[in-house]
Design a protein around this ligand. Sequence first.
Ligand SMILES: NC(=O)c1ccc[n+]([C@@H]2O[C@H](COP(=O)([O-])OP(=O)(O)OC[C@H]3O[C@@H](n4cnc5c(N)ncnc54)[C@H](OP(=O)(O)O)[C@@H]3O)[C@@H](O)[C@H]2O)c1
Length: 311
Amino acid sequence: MLQHKELRMTQYNIPTKKLRMGFELPVLGLGTWMMGGDINRDPNNNDAADIKAIETAIDFGITHIDTAEIYAAGFAEKITGQGIKKFDRKTLTIASKIPPQNQRHDDLLRNLDASLERLETDYLDIYYLHQPSLEIPLEETAKALNKAVKDGKVKHVAVSNFNPERLDRLQALLDTKIVANQLHYNLVFREPAHKGVLEHCIEKDYLLVAWRPIRFEKRGNPNAPHKNVWEQGAYPLLDEISAKYKKSNVQTAINWVIGQPNVVTLVKSSKPANLLECISAIDWKLSDEDIERLKREFPGQESVSDTVPMA
Ligand SMILES: NC(=O)c1ccc[n+]([C@@H]2O[C@H](COP(=O)([O-])OP(=O)(O)OC[C@H]3O[C@@H](n4cnc5c(N)ncnc54)[C@H](OP(=O)(O)O)[C@@H]3O)[C@@H](O)[C@H]2O)c1
């Protein structure tokens, strides 16, 4: 594995995946969940380190940064705004998300403005419905999204944790093409594969943005049934396949996700050395046979997300 010192000055060319309609995303972007706190703002968080992590990521060639209104009660958006400040905004793809409880027409537009203000930007490249609301009619939400796009505040609309049927219903109400569905997808959590999303995204031309590609353990749960990929010896199959390619388990886990059609991913790291390990996951390829073997044989697979199931 390349060490941080060797890589410090390098800028990586992160390849993209492009939809038939022209929209493209880098195969690896930076997540911001746990920057600034969890759902709540953590006053003891090292904000300077998180801002620096975003700057460093961009220096390394990351251009897609993913945040959300609910991360650290809005503070992750503030950190993101600080982290992107010294770069040319046009070169970046900034994504944020509106939670289900704020998807009424006026709430969405008001909260979008608040997100833009925290991010200190005039527009979002991608605005996700973070999770579907089971109470607010999609028609009302779609009307607000259409206005946000018309007003130039949102370039592309996307969804997160949506099942294909609900995505199709929203699409029929929108004036623009949905570009992505962001879902829990990794070697353990296989809901998108088991529920037909992978096929649906190829057929209907949207990207599957896989969240949480390397962390399987539920934070703070001492009885969590899964280990994280970076824990040595946790997954002998992963050890074996990683050794074959002379890669780390983190790199194999990321490469497996992005080795599948229409799938790109996001990782969060506030540590440059960790991020570099993730970036070094993308300039090589697992063989189709090894992708299939990991699909079939990886232990402890789950068909439903333990965090945000599709709805
Ligand atoms: N749409 C949704 O509902 C949803 C839900 C969850 C997440 N997301 C998005 O997806 C992004 C990624 O998911 P995630 O943050 O939950 O999980 P993740 O990226 O799979 O894992 C993040 C964790 O892995 C650690 N890490 C990163 N690189 C590492 C390495 N090379 N070696 C060891 N540890 C490493 C990080 O710690 P350090 O910082 O210490 O490196 C952090 O604790 C989020 O940040 C968020 O933007 C979306």
